[in-house]
Write a protein that binds this ligand. Structure first.
Ligand SMILES: *[C@@H]1O[C@H](CO)[C@@H](O)[C@H](O)[C@H]1NC(C)=O
Ligand SMILES: *[C@@H]1O[C@H](CO)[C@@H](O)[C@H](O)[C@H]1NC(C)=O
Ligand SMILES: *[C@@H]1O[C@H](CO)[C@@H](O)[C@H](O)[C@H]1NC(C)=O
Length: 437
């Protein structure tokens, strides 16, 4: 053993010295795209990633919640130690770029997250519905490159901007070891924006949320395709696209939801059950002058939430179609309104055999078809339910497309042309995989 390890070490050293000798300096190629893993937690129904930050000899590993709608990256700095960390002073260009809000100070011993005359940025903890202003800092982040199939090399992203927060900001964030959050919205300091900009990659990223959690992972690709799912077939070649819509009103008014104009909205034109339109007022699907209405994509919402005036007719139509197909309705299990006996809806490769629900999207013939795996959830033994939630009669956004409905689709957000690319035919492959290093 000892000698074979020595041999391996020698081999690696000679490879490295070969590279040094060949190029004068060991230099990695420019990455084609960057990859982060996504884990699902079955209890919180949230999606997580992991990254490393700080001085490259002893980086800190951060487990963070993924939030498509959040503007920045932030994590608990209480025990963060890194010699390469730098805070942003107020009025600095970094502060302006991050839309820094105010001067912050700190009375205790100086450390990352505790300093005077510092730029503060707004962070929002959705679990506590708690907003706070935290220190804007920067440090080296470590990421991995990919060719769309394998995970390749580690790269440093110097001067990665994030909020170095106190522990109150992360308190009760869902998940076991969650120390922070990774925001993917349109801002300049979101994770994809910073990474694309540093490596000069295309301003696009793709997300594939996994439906299972054990030893399998979903993907975030930053910088574009190919996307081999699971292996070989490049899904970037078969995406259909629909425009990403900007909510006209950045509503600081709605503090808890952040700035809606940085979040991702699409134009759902119609909802169908078994090919028949569900009847509700189409005005609910567009924005009013205050940015109320429309359809948002959200990774932190476990099940799609619908305005009552959409939810009720959808449930009614679905129950009717199910009954025509001899699917037996059973007593509901809250928070779901329509539940069924799974023995009457046998399992197929796309989940329980139930009436399909189609979201008809802007663009010719673009639809997102929700098969049983995405529209139904096992609520308890021998009960499956329609996995949509009644959002009441006055929600800010009429349709909030949630994680369960997004799983096992590849969603590509192209911020240059402002389109959402959607993979078709789900579940023939799925997003739960184990990419090799
Ligand atoms: C910030 O300034 C106050 C008042 O001058 C001082 O007491 C405190 O120690 C300073 N905090 C840090 C982190 O330097
Ligand atoms: C946003 O809403 C406010 C009122 O809440 C209104 O005064 C303003 O004109 C709106 N802006 C846009 C761009 O619609
Ligand atoms: C996902 O697909 C892989 C093979 O492509 C399969 O082995 C696995 O069981 C699937 N997982 C789920 C949850 O469908």
């Amino acid at each position: 053993m000892a000698s074979s390890q020595t041999l391996t070490t020698l081999f690696i050293i000679s490879l490295v010295s070969f590279c040094y000798a060949a190029s004068g300096q060991f230099k990695l190629p420019k990455p084609r795209a960057i990859h982060l893993l996504i884990r699902k937690n079955e209890i919180t129904l949230q999606y997580y990633t992991t990254f490393e930050s700080g001085n490259s000899q002893v980086p800190t590993t951060i487990d963070a919640l993924i939030d498509l709608g959040a503007p920045s990256v932030w994590f608990d700095c209480t025990t963060y130690v890194s010699s390469s960390y730098k805070r942003a002073s107020c009025g600095s260009n970094r502060c302006k770029k991050a839309q820094g809000l105010s001067y912050i100070g700190c009375n205790s011993t100086p450390r990352p997250g505790c300093s005077n005359n510092t730029c503060g940025i707004f962070v929002y903890n959705l679990a506590r519905d708690y907003s706070s202003i935290q220190e804007l800092g920067e440090d080296t982040m470590q990421v991995y490159s990919t060719d769309g199939e394998y995970i390749l090399f580690t790269y440093n992203v110097p001067k990665f901007q994030f909020a170095c927060s106190d522990s109150a900001a992360v308190e009760r964030l869902p998940g076991d070891h969650t120390k922070g959050l990774v925001g993917l919205s349109r801002t300049e300091i979101s994770l994809p924006s910073q990474i694309s900009s540093y490596f000069k990659l295309a301003k696009k990223f793709a997300v594939c949320l996994p439906s299972s959690s054990e030893h399998v992972f979903g993907d975030i690709f930053i910088g574009g395709g190919p996307y081999y799912m699971p292996i070989r077939e490049d899904q970037s070649l078969s995406l259909v696209t629909t425009p990403l819509i900007v909510n006209p009103n950045g509503t600081a008014r709605i503090q808890s939801e952040g700035d809606l104009s940085n979040q991702y909205f699409i134009n759902v034109k119609n909802i169908e059950v078994s090919g028949k339109s569900v009847a509700f007022s189409p005005s609910l699907l567009s924005f009013d002058n205050n940015g109320v209405g429309g359809t948002k994509i959200s990774t932190t919402t476990p099940y799609t939430i619908l305005h009552s005036s959409i939810y009720k007719p959808l449930v009614k139509d679905f129950v009717k179609e199910a009954s025509l197909n001899n699917i037996k309705r059973v007593k509901y299990v809250a928070p779901f309104g329509a539940c069924f006996d799974p023995k009457t809806a046998p399992n197929t490769i796309t989940g329980p055999a139930i009436p399909n629900i189609d979201l008809v999207l802007e663009g010719s013939t673009v639809r997102m078809r929700l098969y049983g795996a995405n529209s139904m959830v096992k609520a308890k033994n021998n009960v499956i339910c329609l996995a949509f939630i009644d959002g009441g009669s006055e929600p800010t956004t009429s349709v909030v497309l949630g994680g369960h409905q997004l799983e096992n689709y590849l969603l590509e957000f192209d911020l240059t042309v402002s389109t959402l690319g959607l993979s078709s035919s789900v579940l023939l492959w799925n997003c739960s995989n184990n990419r090799k290093f």
